[in-house]
Design a protein around this ligand. Structure first.
Ligand SMILES: [Zn+2]
Length: 681
């Protein structure tokens, strides 16, 4: 699944006085910076005024157009949750009642405070009682239905070699943070010292035997795990991350971990087949487990249970979690309002600074959201645009000078097979049998987590269900899922100002059109292209196709890796390759579709700007945003999307149409000679 973040637009900015210049002055563009030059820093030219007027709020790691749309969607969900909580008693068995009760439980801070750490005490007692590595592995097996942590994560998803079936995936885990710098800068590093303090603090609060004394050992254990683990960039190679094993093969390859006990506790006794995502790390982590003293492993397990549960426990521990994860690592100054955390917990939303992506009752909230807030006309308008973009991509594939004939035929079949899903999924979770109580937040979280895992286990032995989405309708986002050959656009994405039927064609194609193009292009990025017309991962490119694709991709890796997101902080061109291919391809396709929509007529000049100028400015506007330096540092290491200015500037300079629109000449800082512009799609 590939996800586009950083989309969205606002329309509430007053228009400034129109400018005369054919070469475009940002003075005529709302939110632009008239002092910036389009051909030196297009991002700043298009967005500088807005950035200056919109500093980062204290409770966020960044602020962007995406933030604005996420906030708009959160406000709508908030209204739904408040209403549901106010009327829940009258329909105690219905899903709306569950939504209301969960929200009310999260908002009942007095009760949460009074309970302190007591709700987690039984889990900590189970860890304390574990007398062997085998017993501890059984607790890890229950990580998907409790607050226990695990060194290995289990998930159920369509089999990437046979997407009609589902498969069980086993992946490296066990770290308290995605921030590798935390581990790799060594014992003396400042972040490591912070982490040791945090681990020790939680263990001490919980009254763990020895207090926080084992914290340095726990951090060192995790540092070894981090050193063994693959990075997000490593995992872009689909051929490396699909390694089916039988249970005996796994036990032979990764001895040292009691796999049978682990799987049995996960509800998977006698499991026959598991797809290992990272074989070498799994082997090494299993060996670490065997070689680490049991008291360290138990302290590690206790810390992770505390860390996982922190957001739903009393302030003493919830605040410590915020202080470390959000303040120290991301630079956020104060927690978001309680209700926003509740929205995230109940409804998900996929917002970057919020925790959960699907939420405990996300599909139920989605049905309420769509009923109240989604305009079905938006679906028809978007569907028309999508077909425009699909037609342009088809033309590009047909005209491609670098693909072999067999690869071209397969690519065309694949593109034709893609389905488009808009607004709300046909089916979702119904939460039948799930008990939600207003007076038991901790229990609500564990029960809804267990419900989701039981649902996944039931799916493991059934054909893959293509009606299900990996996002909820109230999430502001879109994605391309190659095994199902589908692109999905959520209801929350399709609202003004991100999507507004009243926009003129230039804004429409440059804005939502470039997002559609981005999602379609993901089908043929460095990862997506591995999947064939049937959604199966297999080798269908010729050796020469591979070589030519990789040459082009390598140029992009180099170009983006040279871009500084802040002084001394460079983009990782490998990690962001797929998103960058999708950005450039999407912009190119949207531009061609925009030109085609004019049918040879000239676009009107609006506020002194030509249609082509407004097209590219609209593209840049959707990607307006800035972030705290700590958040930027973390994102550069883990987020596959190139941040803000680099994202916009590198994309436009690879698209020919931008040069004519802004009279960009060879002496300009952003100028790329035509032969150095990368055209994959
Ligand atoms: Zn994307």
């Amino acid at each position: 699944m590939r996800v586009l973040r950083g989309i969205v637009a606002v329309s509430a900015i007053a228009l400034l006085a129109p400018a005369m210049a054919a070469g475009a002055s940002a003075g005529s563009w709302p939110g632009g910076d008239p002092r910036a030059a389009a051909d030196a820093d297009f991002f700043r030219f298009a967005n500088g005024g807005w950035l200056d007027a919109n500093p980062i709020p204290a409770d966020r790691g960044g602020f962007s157009m995406a933030t604005i749309l996420v906030m708009a969607a959160s406000d709508k969900v908030h209204a739904l949750l408040e209403d549901a909580a106010a009327t829940a008693e009258t329909e105690p068995a219905g899903e709306r009642a569950k939504v209301g009760a969960y929200y009310a439980a999260f908002m009942d801070e007095a009760r949460i405070e009074a309970a302190g750490l007591a709700p987690l005490a039984p889990r900590l007692a189970e860890i304390r009682a574990a007398q062997s590595r085998r017993a501890l592995a059984r607790l890890m097996g229950r990580a998907n239905s409790t607050f226990f942590g695990s060194l290995f994560s289990l998930s159920v998803a369509p089999d990437s070699h046979d997407p009609d079936r589902t498969a069980l995936y086993l992946s490296q885990a066990g770290l308290g943070s995605v921030d590798r710098g935390l581990y790799l800068d060594g014992d003396a590093g400042p972040k490591r010292a912070e982490y040791v303090r945090y681990v020790g603090h939680l263990l001490a609060i919980a009254g763990w035997p020895g207090g926080g004394g084992l914290a340095p050992e726990v951090a060192r254990f995790e540092a070894r795990i981090a050193a063994s683990s693959w990075t997000a960039a490593d995992e872009r190679d689909e051929s490396r991350i699909y390694n089916p094993r039988t249970a005996p093969q796994l036990a032979a390859e990764a001895p040292g971990f009691p796999w049978d006990a682990f799987f049995a506790a996960a509800g998977l006794p006698g499991i026959k087949r598991v797809v290992v995502v990272e074989p070498a790390p799994v082997h090494e982590i299993a060996a670490l487990y065997a070689g680490t003293p049991l008291p360290t492993l138990k302290a590690w397990a206790a810390f992770h249970a505390l860390d996982n549960a922190a957001p739903v426990l009393s302030h003493a521990i919830a605040d410590a979690g915020f202080e470390f994860h959000k303040h120290r690592l991301l630079g956020v100054e104060v927690p978001p309002p309680r209700w926003q955390q509740a929205v995230s917990q109940v409804a998900g939303g996929g917002a970057k600074d919020l925790q959960s992506s699907r939420g405990a009752l996300g599909d139920a909230v989605g049905r309420l959201y769509v009923r109240r807030w989604f305009d079905p006309h938006a679906r028809d308008a978007l569907a028309g645009l999508i077909e425009d973009l699909r037609r342009e991509l088809r033309t590009r594939i047909l005209a491609s000078e670098w693909m072999s004939a067999p690869a071209r035929d397969e690519a065309l079949r694949k593109l034709a097979a893609y389905r488009v899903e808009i607004g709300v999924p046909e089916r979702g979770d119904r939460y039948e049998g799930l008990i939600i109580r207003r007076d038991d937040l901790y229990g609500d979280v564990e029960r809804s987590t267990a419900y989701a895992w039981a649902r996944d286990l039931a799916r493991l032995h059934a054909p893959a269900d293509r009606a299900l989405w990996t996002m909820t309708p109230q999430t502001v986002n879109a994605y391309n899922y190659a095994p199902f050959r589908e692109v999905v656009f959520t209801a929350a994405l399709l609202q003004p100002p991100a999507f507004d039927a009243a926009d003129d064609a230039a804004a429409m194609y440059g804005g939502i059109g470039s997002i559609i193009g981005h999602e379609l292009t993901h089908a043929f990025d460095d990862v997506g292209r591995r999947f064939d017309a049937a959604g199966r991962m297999r080798e269908w490119w010729t050796v020469a196709d591979d070589r030519r694709f990789n040459e082009k991709a390598a140029r992009l890796v180099q170009l983006y890796s040279a871009c500084e997101a802040a002084p001394g902080l460079r983009v990782d061109g490998h990690l962001t390759l797929g998103e960058n291919i999708a950005d450039i391809g999407g912009l190119q396709l949207a531009y061609l579709a925009y030109r085609a929509s004019l049918h040879g007529a000239a676009a009107p000049i609006v506020d002194g700007l030509t249609g082509e100028q407004r097209f590219f400015l609209s593209f840049a506007k959707l990607r307006r945003g800035h972030r705290r330096i700590e958040t930027l540092r973390s994102d550069l290491a883990s987020d596959p999307h190139t941040p803000d200015a680099c994202r916009v500037n590198q994309a436009v300079r690879n698209v020919d149409g931008w040069y004519g629109a802004f009279d960009v000449t060879p002496d300009a800082p952003l100028f790329l000679a035509p032969e150095r512009r990368t055209r994959i799609w």
